[in-house]
Design a protein around this ligand. Structure first.
Ligand SMILES: [Zn+2]
Length: 481
């Protein structure tokens, strides 16, 4: 009956109170859903925007740092040539000043690179990161207290020039005081144990977290079966107090050698290098015993650093092919800069994480070559003698950069390596509220490892070495270009 009454248009609004209530509930639900969708969209937009800002900032910081590395290398090269001219002019005090300046440049150049990276990141809307700033400030304190200390009258860490460690600590403090927005991620701190210990490999923890049994099959075969307790692990190596001519952060990969320059060049070849660099010189002024014969300190590329760029080879250890061909003159590893930027994203959708974190890691490298009659050659082709050769700077894939696995600005990781590993190796306990300690706790569970061996016994044929981007060093937040 109600049905027939409502055939008139006028009575369509006259619904029962119960139905009206349902409609209100429905409307409210729809509205709530709509609000969620809207908020979620705003969040999504914010995350995307922040992500692209983070990428721009990381890339700009890496490029700025690498540009200064290139400029510093060129300066050290120019000073090598001026050293020869000062010898020809029989000016010993100039020779001393030049050698001292080169030693300083190996540190001040990279510090300038670090500072320039901060400016680039901040210009790209990155804020100061308190964790990374604290790490650098703590490191400055370590340099002041430990590097500059001595035993038996000798310095524990040899100083590259007198008073170097105090000056270096001052520089670190000044950069930290301005605030770190882009952390150096491929630093190799002299005080840290050498990399190469299985527990210094982040990929191990990531494999445990993700129960990625294939990682064990490919990179650490037998570990799941052989491991019995924390005593299985080798002891952490000690820091090696050797010669420290190269900066910990953004090192140039150079070292001083003392030898007669005639072992590297003939007088005419040296004169040609001088002319290439814009100096007026002829072989006659160089071909005198006081230039070519005495044992002098020259800066050369460290062959351990400036070797062939093996990381980019698809058939190399790292199996990381860069896209496209690398020209032979550029096929050298050497100085590069890896930078990490963190950004927080505020979310407004209820129930979502109130703050998300966006991390971007970028790497860049100075590129250069020497001109010769037979065409372009690698920058280190002149008997390893440093010459001004660097002309440009490019982004490179993070996995193709040196030391990217050190993650030296990943605050949680650095704290784990410095403070949690030694107690764990002594007592088998790693109870700190740290992601990596939690992974170790999972690992210590025999049932977990048993599960992995079982799975691999039946399924190891499914495991494939990942192509490109190498998962060995690849972390969840690490990205290449
Ligand atoms: Zn830890």
């Amino acid at each position: 009956m109600k049905g027939s009454a409502c055939r008139h248009a006028a009575c369509r609004c006259r619904v029962s109170p119960r139905r009206a209530g349902q409609a209100v509930v429905f409307l409210l639900l729809t509205l709530t859903a709509l609000v969620f969708v809207l908020l979620f969209n705003v969040d999504l937009h914010r995350v995307i925007q922040r992500k692209s800002q983070t990428q721009n900032a990381g890339d700009a910081a890496a490029l700025a740092a690498a540009r200064w590395q290139g400029a510093s290398l060129n300066l050290v090269g120019e000073l090598n040539l001026m050293h020869a001219l000062a010898l020809a002019a029989r000016n010993p005090s100039a020779v001393d000043a030049i050698t001292n300046m080169q030693a300083r440049l190996c540190f001040t150049g990279p510090m300038t690179a670090l500072f320039a990276a901060q400016i680039a990141a901040k210009n790209n809307r990155m804020y100061v990161d308190d964790g990374m700033t604290a790490l650098l400030r703590e490191h400055a304190a370590t340099v002041r207290a430990r590097y500059a200390s001595s035993f038996d009258g000798a310095m524990f860490f040899n100083e590259p020039w007198p008073g170097a460690w105090v000056q270096y600590a001052d520089m670190l403090t000044r950069v930290a005081d301005a605030g770190i927005a882009a952390g150096p991620d491929n630093a190799r701190f002299f005080i840290d144990p050498d990399y190469g210990h299985p527990l210094m490999d982040k990929a191990f923890y990531e494999a445990v977290e993700g129960a990625n049994w294939c990682w064990f099959h490919i990179y650490s075969r037998g570990l799941l079966e052989e491991y019995d307790s924390f005593r299985y692990w080798p002891p952490l190596p000690d820091a090696d107090p050797g010669a420290y001519a190269d900066s910990e952060i953004f090192g140039l990969g150079l070292r001083p050698v003392t030898l007669p320059v005639k072992r590297l060049f003939s007088a005419s070849a040296l004169a040609e290098r001088l002319r290439d660099a814009g100096f007026t010189a002829d072989a006659a002024i160089l071909n005198v015993t006081n230039v070519m014969d005495p044992h002098e300190t020259w800066y050369v590329y460290d062959p351990g650093v400036w070797s062939a760029w093996s990381r980019i080879r698809p058939d190399g250890d790292d199996a990381f092919p860069v896209t496209g061909q690398v020209r032979p003159e550029y096929d050298t590893a050497g100085a590069d800069a890896v930078l990490r930027v963190n950004a927080k994203v505020g979310r407004i959708t209820p129930g979502m994480e109130t703050r998300g974190q966006v991390v971007w890691t970028a790497a860049a490298k100075p590129f250069g070559y020497l001109e010769s009659d037979s065409g372009r050659q690698r920058a280190d082709a002149a008997a390893g003698f440093v010459l001004p050769a660097f002309r440009n700077t490019r982004l490179i894939p993070v996995d193709a950069a040196s030391g990217a696995e050190h993650s030296s600005s990943d605050t949680e990781w650095v704290r784990h390596v410095r403070s949690h590993l030694r107690p764990y190796l002594e007592l088998g306990r790693c109870s700190a509220a740290c992601r990596y300690c939690q992974a170790l706790e999972i690992w210590e569970n025999a049932a977990f490892r048993q599960e992995g061996s079982e799975w691999l016994r039946h399924n190891s044929h499914l495991c494939r070495i990942p192509a490109g981007g190498g998962s060995r060093r690849g972390g969840g937040t690490r990205r290449g270009h």
